[in-house]
Design a protein around this ligand. Structure first.
Ligand code: FO1
Length: 310
C-alpha cells in the first residue's frame, strides 16, 4: 500500500518515524512543509525539512524534536559574545546543514536535489520531498503586526494573537518535481498530526495538491487531543480564529478532502460528531511520547486502512 504523508515539524516527524518502521521506501513518501523556511545570517534555514530528516536519520535532538542530538554550541556562544541575534538557537552540527544547503542553493541546485543528497549522506532511505522548490513564506498577521513564521513562533513564542495567515509566493510556487506524481500514485494521502494552518495548509495551497487529494483516500491524525495541541500554537490558532479546538474542528478544517480521522481516546465522545460530517473515525491512543508509541500508532493506522475501517 502506497502512502504519501504530508508533514510539518515535530508532530509530523513522530508519526513519520513510526511509519518508516512499517513501510518500505517504495511505499512511503514524505512531503514536507517549507513555509517555515527563512533566511538567517544569510543562510537558508529549512526547519521542517531538517526536523523530518534528522528524525528519520536518528540524529534529531530527542528533547526538543528539532536540531541535532550530540550537539555543541561553540559558535552560538561566540555569536552571543558578539551580541549577534541569538533568539534562534543554531548548534554547530546544525549549522553545517544550513551552510552546505545555502552553498548548494547559490550554486543552482534545487531544494529537492539538496534534500535527496543530504538524505543519502544521513542514511535516510524513504523519499523526503520539499513541498516546493520555489519560495513560499508563511506570514502571521497578528496584533503585533505582520510576522514571518519563525519570528512569530520562536522570537514571540507564538504569543501574538493571529488574525490571518498568508503563504507569500504560493500563487507562483509549483509542487516540487516528484510531489504530484507521488500523490497521484498513492493509495492513501495522510495528513500527519502537524499544525493544520501553518504546516498542512501551505502544502494544500500548492497548485494541483487539493485536486490530487480529491481523487484519493485522505486520512488525517488529529493534532488536537483533549482540546490542546501536544506542542505549538495549533489550539491557540483555532481559538483566535473563533473555533473551539477539537478533533471536530480539525475534521471541519479539512472537510471536503477528508475521508477518515484518527482521534485520541480522550476525545472518543466526539467521534459521532465527526462521523456526522461524513468522515470515518478511528479512536485510539495517539500520544506518541516514545518510539514504541510511534510504531504502535503507525501499525494501528495501517491495520485500520487494510481492514477498511478507515
Ligand atoms: N524552535 C524554538 O522554539 N527555538 C529555537 O531556538 C529553535 C531553533 C531551531 C533551529 C533549527 C531548526 O531546524 C528548528 C529550530 N526550532 C526552534 C524549531 C523551529 O522553530 C520549527 O519551525 C518548529 O519546530 C515548528 O516546525
Amino acid at each position: 500500500m502506497k502512502i504519501v504523508a504530508l508533514a510539518g515539524g515535530v508532530g509530523g516527524a513522530k508519526l513519520v518515524d513510526g511509519l518508516v518502521q512499517s513501510l518500505s521506501p517504495q511505499d512511503l513518501t514524505i512531503v514536507v512543509n517549507t513555509g517555515d523556511d527563512f533566511e538567517h545570517f544569510g543562510l537558508t534555514i529549512c526547519p521542517d525539512l531538517d526536523t523530518i530528516c534528522y528524525t528519520l536519520a536518528g540524529i534529531a535532538n530527542p528533547e526538543t524534536g528539532w536540531g541535532r542530538s550530540e550537539e555543541s554550541w561553540s559558535t552560538y556562544q561566540e555569536l552571543k559574545r558578539l551580541r549577534a541575534p541569538d533568539w534562534f538557537q543554531l548548534g554547530d552540527r546544525d549549522l553545517a546543514t544550513h551552510l552546505e544547503r545555502t552553498r548548494r542553493l547559490i550554486d543552482g541546485e534545487s531544494l529537492s536535489q539538496i534534500t535527496a543528497y543530504f538524505c543519502q549522506i544521513w542514511g535516510v532511505q524513504h523519499p523526503v520531498l520539499p513541498m516546493s522548490d520555489d519560495p513560499v513564506q508563511t506570514w502571521l498577521l497578528t496584533d503585533e503586526g505582520e510576522l514571518p513564521f519563525q519570528e512569530y513562533f520562536v522570537y514571540y513564542h507564538y504569543q501574538p494573537i493571529v488574525r490571518d495567515i498568508q503563504f507569500r509566493g504560493i500563487e507562483k510556487a509549483k509542487p516540487a518535481p516528484e510531489v504530484l506524481g507521488a500523490l497521484n500514485q498513492a493509495d492513501v494521502i495522510l495528513f500527519c498530526p502537524s499544525n493544520p494552518f501553518v504546516s498542512i495548509d501551505p502544502i494544500l495551497g500548492l497548485d494541483g495538491v487539493r485536486k490530487a487529494c480529491l481523487n484519493h483516500k485522505v486520512l488525517a491524525v488529529s493534532p488536537i487531543i483533549g482540546g490542546k495541541a501536544i506542542k505549538g500554537p495549533a489550539a491557540k490558532m483555532f481559538e483566535e480564529l473563533g473555533i473551539t479546538p477539537s478533533p471536530v474542528a480539525v475534521a471541519q478544517h479539512y472537510a471536503g478532502l477528508l475521508n477518515g480521522l484518527v482521534m485520541d481516546n480522550l476525545d472518543a465522545q466526539l467521534a459521532a460528531e465527526v462521523q456526522q460530517i461524513g468522515i470515518r473515525t478511528l479512536v485510539t491512543d495517539t500520544l506518541m511520547d516514545n518510539s514504541l508509541a510511534r510504531y504502535n500508532l503507525a501499525q494501528i493506522l495501517l491495520r485500520a486502512i487494510e481492514s477498511g475501517e478507515l
